[in-house]
Unconditional design. Structure first.
Length: 112
């Protein structure tokens, strides 16, 4: 996901599309509008309005002052998600395969 975001950041959507497989690019053209619907766009607008109004920040500050109970619970729930449980052993198996000459992978893997 970071790679896609970085490609868009560096050169825009066209650079990202140029850099991905033709199959993925085709999927973007014909499937993307089914995923990012008008309902999705409207919800994104509502979320942006909450951020701009300060509502999101106020809720975060209240959560923080309360000791982060919901944050910690959700974090733990997400750590137990099937994608994390499946991905952990796969990432462990790939560690050797992902190492790049000059240590580039270690930086990439630790870059958050």
């Amino acid at each position: 996901m970071k790679l896609i975001t970085d490609l868009i950041y560096v050169g825009g959507i066209s650079t990202m599309r140029y850099s991905i497989s033709d199959t993925a690019e085709w999927g973007d053209y014909v499937i993307g509008k089914r995923i990012i619907t008008e309902e999705t766009r409207n919800e994104m607008r509502r979320v942006l309005a909450e951020i701009q109004s300060g509502k999101f920040a106020k809720e975060w500050v209240a959560e923080y002052k309360a000791g982060l109970p919901n944050f910690k619970r959700i974090r733990e729930e997400q750590a137990q998600h099937l994608i994390e449980q499946t991905g952990a052993p796969l990432r462990e198996m790939m560690k050797g395969a992902l190492k790049l000459e000059g240590g580039g992978t270690e930086k990439f893997l630790s870059d958050k």
